[in-house]
Design a protein around this ligand. Structure first.
Ligand SMILES: C[S@@+](CC[C@H](N)C(=O)[O-])C[C@H]1O[C@@H](n2cnc3c(N)ncnc32)[C@H](O)[C@@H]1O
Length: 255
């Protein structure tokens, strides 16, 4: 059987710097935000974010369509955690949560609006919905050059099977550009993200590059789309941060 691309990614990656990345993505939320709360981590991957939250949450429920086995292994030491396999687009749980967290998942589904609305329905009135999605306002270079190229790349079975090697090689080749952007403190457009990559150790860069090359499905979601979905679902936006010009990190509260 061919291993699912996400399963391979989360089995292979080292995930150095997971904690710093998590707090950057969920800012202005902090560990205190999750203290004692009933939290849902939707599309939990190998459970790296769940592990951070589990330290303080009252109860944590985590699910993923492809990697529930990896997450269950990693989260086994935590008594307050339940893990199962499920799809963000149609998971139906007969209860609501204080906080629903969905980092880097909605944009990898076939119908991001459906996934958003389904998860929004699992938040208690007054509860928080925290998401991270790739931004529709992303550089045209990513949409029209990088994305078509990477689709050709991941269509080649040998390269797809050796994505960790491909990511390390791509990182090695691109590192001088990342470092130059970092040293020159260039912050505009895609350079802002490259400057950020330039600040990371090699393994951290590889984690990001792998994550960008690997997905079979990627959608880019604009600020306006998110605002429209929010209104539709009856949420108020508390914060909407642009993450290095490539993603939106949004915290919403259910009315
Ligand atoms: C970029 S990873 C993010 C994982 C995790 N949230 C994190 O931040 O480490 C995307 C994850 O979404 C999962 N995924 C993709 N489509 C999904 C779906 N329809 N339902 C649930 N999980 C899904 C993948 O299996 C993968 O683990």
């Amino acid at each position: 059987m061919i291993e699912n691309e996400w399963h391979r990614q989360w089995r292979e990656l080292e995930n150095s710097g997971a904690e710093e990345l998590f707090f950057n993505l969920v800012h202005p939320n902090t560990l205190d935000t999750f203290k004692g709360k009933d939290v849902l981590d939707a599309g939990c991957g190998q459970g790296k974010n769940s592990r951070i939250i589990a330290r303080v949450a009252g109860q944590l429920t985590a699910f993923d369509l492809n990697t529930a086995d990896l997450a269950a292994d990693r989260l086994a030491p935590y008594e307050n955690v339940d893990v199962f396999q499920g799809d963000v687009s149609d998971v139906a749980l007969n209860r609501e949560f204080d906080i629903v967290l969905c980092i880097g998942v909605i944009m990898c589904t076939k119908d991001p609006r459906k996934a958003f609305l389904n998860l929004a329905g699992l938040v208690k009135p007054g509860g928080r919905f925290i998401i991270h999605v790739y931004a529709g306002e992303i550089s045209p270079f990513i949409r029209y050059v990088f994305d078509p190229l990477r689709k050709i790349l991941i269509g080649i079975p040998f390269l797809k099977r050796n994505m960790h090697f491909v990511s390390r090689l791509a990182t090695l080749i691109c590192s001088p550009v990342f470092h130059a952007a970092h040293k020159l403190k260039i912050r505009s457009g895609l350079w802002g993200y490259m400057a950020f990559l330039g600040s990371l150790p090699f393994s951290g860069k590889v984690d990001h590059v792998y994550d960008k090359i690997n997905p079979n499905t990627v959608r880019y979601i604009s600020k306006e789309e998110i605002k429209t979905w929010c209104r539709e679902a009856g949420f108020e936006i508390k914060s909407m941060n642009n993450y290095h010009n490539v993603a939106w990190c949004v915290t919403m509260v259910r009315r």
